[in-house]
Design a protein around this ligand. Structure first.
Ligand code: GDP
Ligand code: MG
Length: 193
């Protein structure tokens, strides 16, 4: 469950209507080139980049997501390429209440590294971050190296949500972000009432 003090410095907002005043910080993690920046580009701007230009410079994007008719603000952080040097700073994780741990279904190594990213999250976030495991690049059917069952079963054993996506053909991208935001919202609602 989510640690309430951490979620909000705004505990005095106890009315349901005010949940939409919260800003949910959500971080994208995972190996280099799995498609993190493109998932965000697809979700926030409906764009796709065939090179890794999308990684440069972007720190976070604030995106409005409608849950139960309410507009929730999600502040989605991208690593901006830090992960290439195995050095994602603790500032990146600070205050995060949600995470997308992304691997590339066509590169097994990126799936094997998921446990490393999960322990990063554990180390840097002193609460249970609502996390979804995301197997990206489902459009690359012919070069699949990780089955959907494997992804699902890892997610189950780690207590994570799970989804396979393609930033290229836009499949499940919005759903992945929405799943996270909806769950955070639900946890918050339960805490609040
Ligand atoms: P990041 O390093 O995790 O941010 O990955 P990028 O978003 O920069 O993507 C790395 C490379 O994978 C780029 O060449 C993208 O065009 C490509 N890519 C990202 N998502 C997909 C996808 O869903 N399908 C395919 N085929 N390629 C993708
Ligand atoms: Mg990137």
């Amino acid at each position: 469950a989510l640690h309430l003090e951490k979620v909000t410095k705004m505990d005095f907002y106890v009315e349901e209507d005010h949940i939409q005043d919260y800003l949910f910080k959500i971080v994208l993690v995972g190996d280099s080139a799995v498609g993190k920046s493109n998932l965000l580009a697809r979700f926030a701007r409906d764009e796709f980049y065939s090179n890794s230009k999308s990684t440069i410079g972007v720190e976070f994007q604030t995106q409005k997501i409608v849950i139960d008719g309410k507009e929730i603000k999600a502040q989605i952080w991208d690593t901006a390429g830090q992960e290439r040097f195995r050095a994602v700073t603790s500032a990146y994780y600070r205050g995060a209440v949600g995470a997308l741990v992304v691997y590339d279904i066509s590169r097994r190594r990126t799936f094997e590294n998921v446990t490393r990213w999960l322990s990063e999250l554990n180390t840097h976030c002193d609460m249970n971050v609502v996390t979804i495991l995301v197997g990206n690049k489902t459009d690359l059917k012919d070069s699949r190296e990780v089955s959907m069952e494997e992804g699902k079963s890892l997610a189950e054993s780690e207590g994570l949500f799970f989804m396979e996506t393609s930033a290229l053909d836009a499949s499940n991208v919005a759903a992945a972000f929405q799943t996270i935001v909806k769950e955070i919202y639900e946890i918050l609602r339960r805490k609040v009432f």
